[in-house]
Design a protein around this ligand. Structure first.
Ligand code: PA5
Length: 421
């Protein structure tokens, strides 16, 4: 992984921020900072023994025999696996088994179409909820289990359902024990948005056919890089840059990519940073854009709108396996011969360079995180890097990056309106 910052005005201050970011590493690693009872994610990549990985893979293989596996969860209980699967799966056609997510919406349309789609197909359910009480996934589970019961005899249901939840509490735990479902535990000290490297992320990713050992290996290497107190620690640079931007009035960070596969990594990142930092009336607002697509929608604002933005670009160095050249055309009616025999990736690179320079010139500072390629190892590295940088950034803002007290407010109102006792 590489981290670059393009020329920016606040350079003089940067050393101060680097120093502050480095000091916060100690706090994190010594577990003396705010929310220190939620730091289980720090050592997760090292803590896997071979047996637990083999067990996850065995369950994955059992579920791969179904046409569809429905992963039910919301927030941190689905975004990590969705992000990894979207980054790695073919962009056309359907995986076998097809992975469908549910429990992340209350859209009735979604469920009526899903129930229709499930007709005459075999399917299994992976229900994920750390608290075991979240309304959206609980509703989805009840509805989809009801569908499953229509085609699967009662004594066979346990072969179709896996639960991932707390070790001892919550309704989902009670259901798992009562119904004898295969169950995995989310460690007490790992919060939802930091749980992608627990069974929460690993089981769905393994069912989709991807290499979870390589994902964890990437995270192990990122952990080693992030724990260093030297200039090779890219998490320090990223956290320092973000905080410097924030203090200089850049309140919105746009995570940008030039590859549609990364769109759900951005969704995962938005939850990670938004829920970790947005509290006590502080925090950078995390937003995202995919270029060049969004240059034709958000591009105008980014270039000339209010100057409260900075950008972080994720760049995949070796993007595509197959180079596609623009064919030469004798008539050249579309006037594209000036790029004939150049490949699309080359043109995308030039679009990227041109965009970042234009935005910088227009008052949008930017930095770039480059990974070598999109595979399990590099994605594991990237996810862990973001988690670590998020924790340091949160400490620099002097908030607790590991709680989410504000999430309860909408639930309270909704329960009152629904008459929950
Ligand atoms: O990061 C978090 O803690 C939240 O976003 C949760 O992941 C989300 O609210 C889902 O909670 P649960 O897994 O308890 O159903």
């Amino acid at each position: 992984m590489k981290f670059d910052i393009f020329d920016f005005e606040e350079k003089d201050n940067f050393d101060k921020y680097i120093k502050s970011a480095s000091e916060n590493i100690s706090q994190l690693l010594k577990k003396t900072g705010k929310g220190n009872n939620f730091l289980g994610w720090l050592d997760l990549p090292f803590n896997y023994n071979k047996e637990s990985l083999v067990d996850i893979c065995k369950t994955a293989i059992k579920f791969q025999r179904f046409d569809i596996v429905i992963v039910i969860g919301i927030g941190g209980s689905y975004l990590g696996s969705k992000a990894v699967i979207e980054a790695l799966k073919p962009q056309f056609g359907i995986l076998k088994p097809e992975i469908i997510f549910a429990g992340h919406t209350l859209s009735e349309d979604y469920y009526s179409e899903l129930i229709d789609y499930l007709k005459d197909k075999s399917f299994g359910l992976v229900i994920i909820s750390k608290s075991g009480t979240t309304t959206e996934p609980a509703i989805a589970f009840r509805i989809l289990l009801n569908e499953l019961k229509k085609s699967v005899p009662k004594e066979k249901l346990a072969e179709r359902v896996v639960t991932i939840t707390d070790s001892s509490k919550g309704a989902l735990k009670t259901i798992s024990v009562n119904e004898n479902y295969k169950s995995y535990i989310i460690p007490d000290d790992v919060g939802g948005r930091f749980s992608v490297l627990t069974p929460v992320g690993l089981l769905p990713i393994a069912i989709a056919g991807f290499d979870i050992s390589a994902l964890l290996n990437g995270a192990v290497d990122a952990r080693q890089m992030c724990a260093k107190y030297n200039e090779n620690n890219l998490a320090v640079y990223y956290a320092a840059f973000r905080n410097l931007m924030y203090k200089s009035g850049k309140k919105i960070e746009l995570l940008i990519n030039f590859n549609l596969r990364l769109n759900f990594i951005a969704e995962w990142w938005k939850q990670l940073f938004g829920e970790s930092e947005g509290k006590e009336l502080k925090g950078i607002f995390p937003a995202s854009a995919s270029f060049t697509t969004d240059l034709h929608s958000l591009g105008q604002y980014i270039q000339q709108g209010e100057r409260h933005l900075f950008e972080t670009a994720i760049v995949v160095e070796n993007n595509s396996k197959l180079r596609i050249e623009i064919p030469f055309d004798e008539n050249n009616l579309d006037e594209l011969n000036y790029i004939s025999l150049k490949n699309i990736e080359f043109i995308n690179q030039k679009a990227r360079e041109g965009t970042l320079k234009a935005h910088l010139d227009g008052g949008v500072p930017n930095c770039k995180i480059s990974i070598e390629k999109l595979d399990e190892y590099n994605i594991g590295y990237l996810l862990y890097f973001f988690e670590f940088a998020c924790a340091i950034s949160g400490y620099m803002l002097e908030i607790n990056p590991f709680d989410q007290p504000g999430v309860e407010n909408y639930k309270k109102n909704m329960f009152e309106l629904l008459g929950k006792k």
